[in-house]
Design a protein around this ligand. Structure first.
Ligand SMILES: Cc1cc2nc3c(=O)[nH]c(=O)nc-3n(C[C@H](O)[C@H](O)[C@H](O)COP(=O)(O)OP(=O)(O)OC[C@H]3O[C@@H](n4cnc5c(N)ncnc54)[C@H](O)[C@@H]3O)c2cc1C
Length: 430
């Protein structure tokens, strides 16, 4: 009798647990949860949805416009958009192509290269990222198996027997999934919660970002200037909406406190005369500096059971030569290629899925390592000019002699920075 009672209560407990799990599966468990709706998360969401896979996308911000978002796309990024059938939206989005790159040292051009660099190639183009993300989300909403949770950040991950099984949102909502994908950017909380190590590279820098009306200069060619004067340097180009963007590099050995500086004066002092005059005229439109702390690095591993890290969450990219968005799109394509065959099965075998995840890192890592190395080399040259008055003097005095060789070595680096390093082809059908 006692044994029978135990059996019955055991059965009841087991039955209710089973029922609870089944209900959870029916009501809550999803195939894929993607954390972060930036370039990585948004494009991967769309690629999986097109294959009929159920996706929940969680984005902390309510509006894509509220965060700083890079804009420059290289030919490799434009090609990725084409492969994802998204390039057709470009003419309807705010965008500007870059016409040339020019390096000015103390007001004199070290060298200039016109776009497109490749014969019959595409020009580097700035595209409004919030507009692009909005268009991708509009596409995603065409799929009934899509859910977009926005304005609610993930605050923790759920685990069961050492496998990541879902996420907990700030609103306390719990979402379980066969696979969680962390696309939550360079300061990834998911990475920290998962205990994945990020090897930070030395070329992590801070940048101050400004915008300025372009006025009559808006009708001229859009040249990306790297402007160097003494130890100071900044990048200048017209962004997707036609206004000037200014990115000022901060260095640990700077002798000033950036918060105390009269920035319109500092920019005028550093600029060639034509741009100094422009700042004088449009001084009122110069925005306050936005401090962007740039982390650069690479994770030892991009996955643990149940969780895949992608984009800046796995390999935060430096802003140098506009690489991060392009790499994000290419990560999404490779991940979709690998994940689609398994995720389109009605019953996903979690162990099979976990065995697949390292293959995505294996395919993407060589390109990321190479691109980060090329970015470091660009950075090292800028650092040399920043640190050594002698090098600056030499470059200024002997410009005409050294011009061909520095132009050649710059161009040699650009090939992979523009085209990518490995072959990335979307194999799933749209
Ligand atoms: C100053 C600067 C300029 C840059 N300029 C360029 C450029 O011109 N071209 C280029 O290619 N790259 C550029 N980059 C790099 C590029 O911005 C990144 O590499 C790229 O955005 C990475 O995309 P992502 O989707 O992986 O991450 P992100 O773009 O960072 O997107 C992550 C998303 O996750 C969301 N999120 C974060 N935490 C959570 C959470 N806990 N829960 C839910 N959501 C969360 C964020 O709101 C965000 O929308 C620049 C970087 C910097 C710092």
């Amino acid at each position: 009798m006692f044994i029978n009672y135990l059996d019955a209560s055991h059965f009841k407990r087991y039955f209710f647990k089973y029922l609870q799990a089944t209900i959870l599966q029916m009501t809550n468990k999803t195939k894929v949860v993607i954390v972060g709706g930036g370039p990585t998360g948004a494009t991967l969401t769309l690629l999986l949805l097109r294959q009929g896979i159920e996706v929940k996308l969680i984005e902390a911000s309510r509006d894509f416009r509220r965060l700083f978002r890079g804009e420059g796309l290289m030919p490799s990024g434009l090609d990725a958009l084409e492969q994802m059938d998204l390039l057709k939206f470009l003419p309807h989005l705010p965008h500007q192509s870059i016409d040339a790159w020019d390096f000015l040292l103390a007001g004199k051009s070290l060298f200039r290269v016109n776009e497109p660099i490749e014969t019959n190639g595409q020009s580097c183009t700035t595209v409004s990222q919030p507009h692009l993300l909005d268009v991708i989300m509009q596409q995603a909403h065409n799929y009934p198996q899509f859910e977009f949770i926005r304005g609610d950040a993930v605050k923790d991950i759920l685990r069961e027997s050492n496998r990541v099984t879902g996420v907990i949102l700030a609103s306390e909502q719990e979402i379980t999934a066969d696979l969680v994908i962390a696309a939550d950017g360079r300061n990834s909380l998911m990475r920290k919660k998962a205990g994945v190590n990020l090897n930070q590279l030395h070329n992590s820098i801070d940048i101050l970002w400004f915008k300025l009306d372009s006025g009559v200069l808006g009708d001229q060619k859009n040249i990306f200037y790297s402007i160097i004067k003494g130890r100071d340097a900044f990048g200048l180009f017209r962004g997707s909406q036609g206004e000037f963007h200014i990115g000022w590099g901060l260095h640990p050995d700077d002798t000033y406190d950036w918060k105390e500086i009269d920035w319109s004066r500092k920019l005028i002092e550093t600029s060639p005369s034509w741009f100094a005059k422009h700042i004088e005229t449009h001084r009122e439109s110069l925005t306050k500096p936005m401090m962007l702390s740039v982390v650069v690095g690479l994770c030892d591993r991009w996955s643990i059971p149940g969780l895949l890290l992608l984009g800046d969450a796995a390999h935060p990219m430096s802003p140098i030569r506009a690489q991060g968005i392009n790499m994000a799109f290419r990560d999404a394509i490779v991940a979709a290629n690998h994940l689609t065959p398994l995720l389109t099965q009605s019953n996903v075998h979690c162990q099979q899925l976990d065995r697949l995840l390292p293959l995505i890192q294996q395919e993407r890592e060589p390109e990321i390592v190479r691109i980060q190395k090329l970015q470091s080399q660009e950075m090292a040259q800028a650092e040399l000019l920043h640190k050594s008055a002698f090098v600056r003097w030499g470059a200024k005095t002997f410009t005409s002699i050294i011009r061909p060789s520095i132009r050649f070595s710059w161009l040699r680096r650009q090939k992979q920075l523009r085209q990518g390093v490995t072959e990335v082809r979307l194999t799933t059908n749209n």
